[in-house]
Write a protein that binds this ligand. Structure first.
Ligand code: PLP
Length: 388
């Protein structure tokens, strides 16, 4: 009997090693892993470049406090600001912490300009930003908040994609609108570029900050470094995590010049966030993702993957409702519960994971090979063909 708490519904499968897109189970089976720790292992398992980087750093220094200068973190922050809208970076350990830090930055900004009452965060109803108390109430989902009262205040909600509902929910105390650029857990739902542009305009007009959660869709997963680049807008604050660590726990919040002025010493901190080991891995991940051809390949491969899945959907319109997503954040929405199909895919040695709205989530590593996509397509085609 496991001594681990029952807060996960674990599949009865364990792995002894992984390499690239593949995982090898303890009972001798080889799986094509299109979960990759839920969009975490951006460069697949046991990437030799990342192994070299972590080994090298592990022989120098693992951890020092943020009370000292950490050159590896200075370097990673500099690269992130040079590449993006951001002026400053605060490192964390996870996506939830990054989202919480984003909320803190927004509130602290208005406090610092003498508007402490402008502190409400407007979020999408039933969205997902993590599991801490603030993050679950930011989501507002009954499933996540039930039993965890008292309610953390300061969050308002609007309906996904509904501008009318968004406009109605804004009031004079709205400090920020928090949106996941392309929603992962919620069923791979992609906002239209137009919607994001209009939200940016509303924020400008009403002096509201725009926080775009790129924890899952960021760092190349969408085919661009950030998913919001498709809409040509600039957010004010962006939490990231998952892909930037390639499997090592890293979170960060990227903040623009305006809001960074509010984060003076003592306003935020983390014991582990930004330690030399994590930062060396983060830099090594960027070395790969920022290579000229890398994102072009993600776009090319994802275009191919989407079009092959679309063909399967056309063959099985009574089972598959829609092919969703952007880049290598892919969802197959079924007309009914997807659990059985995920199990069948697993039986055929393809690992996928659920998302809301009956979606099978497909998350290959960003450096997936075309031949591996073909393997997955073959398995998916077989599973839907065999379905009676
Ligand atoms: C969009 C988004 N935000 C926040 C989080 C929370 O990240 P973590 O589980 O690393 O705390 C997740 C995790 O899935 C996520 O997808």
């Amino acid at each position: 009997m496991s001594s681990l708490a029952n807060n996960y519904n674990r599949r009865k499968i364990a792995f002894k090693k992984g390499k690239g897109s593949f995982l090898y189970s303890t009972n001798g089976k080889k799986y094509l892993d299109f979960v990759q720790g839920i969009a975490v292992n951006s460069l697949g398992h046991s990437n030799s470049y990342l192994i070299r980087a972590i080994n090298k750093q592990s022989k120098k220094v693992w951890h020092v406090s943020n009370a000292f200068i950490i050159p590896e973190g200075e370097k990673l922050a500099k690269r992130l600001t040079q590449k993006t809208f951001a002026h400053k970076v605060i490192f964390q350990n996870s996506g939830t912490e990054a989202t919480e830090a984003a909320i803190k930055v927004a509130r602290r900004y208005f406090y610092s300009i003498g508007k402490p009452k402008k502190n409400r965060i407007l979020c999408i109803k039933n969205s997902f930003h993590g599991r801490t108390i603030a993050a679950i109430f930011a989501s507002g989902s009954k499933k996540m908040t039930e039993g965890f009262g008292p309610k953390a205040g300061g969050f308002d909600h609007f309906e996904f994609g509904n501008l009318k509902s968004l406009k109605k929910s804004i009031n004079k105390n709205t400090a920020a609108i928090l949106i996941e650029t392309s929603m992962g857990e919620n069923g791979i739902k992609v906002h239209t570029n137009n919607f994001l542009r209009i939200v940016r305009k509303i924020c400008n007009k009403k002096n509201i900050l725009l926080i775009l959660d790129e924890v899952q869709c960021g760092i190349g997963r969408s085919g661009k470094f950030f998913a919001f680049e498709y809409s040509n807008i600039k957010p004010d604050i962006v939490p990231i995590a998952k892909g930037i660590g390639g499997g090592f726990p890293i979170g960060a919040v990227l903040i623009n010049k305006k809001t960074s002025s509010a984060m003076i010493p003592g306003t935020h901190g983390s014991t582990f966030g930004g330690n030399p080991l994590a930062m060396s891995v983060g830099n090594a991940v960027l070395d790969q993702i920022l290579k000229k051809s890398f994102l072009k390949n993600v776009q090319k491969n994802s275009k191919y993957f989407h079009s092959e899945l679309k063909k399967i959907q056309i063959q099985h319109p009574n089972i598959i409702k829609e092919v969703r997503g952007v880049g290598l954040l892919i969802g197959l929405q079924l007309h009914k519960d997807q659990t059985k199909f995920i199990k069948k895919l697993e039986d055929n040695k393809l690992l996928t994971i659920r998302a809301a709205e009956n979606v099978i989530r497909i998350l290959p590593p960003l450096n997936v090979k075309k031949a591996e996509i073909d393997m997955a397509i073959k398995i998916i085609r077989k599973v839907f063909k065999d379905y009676k």
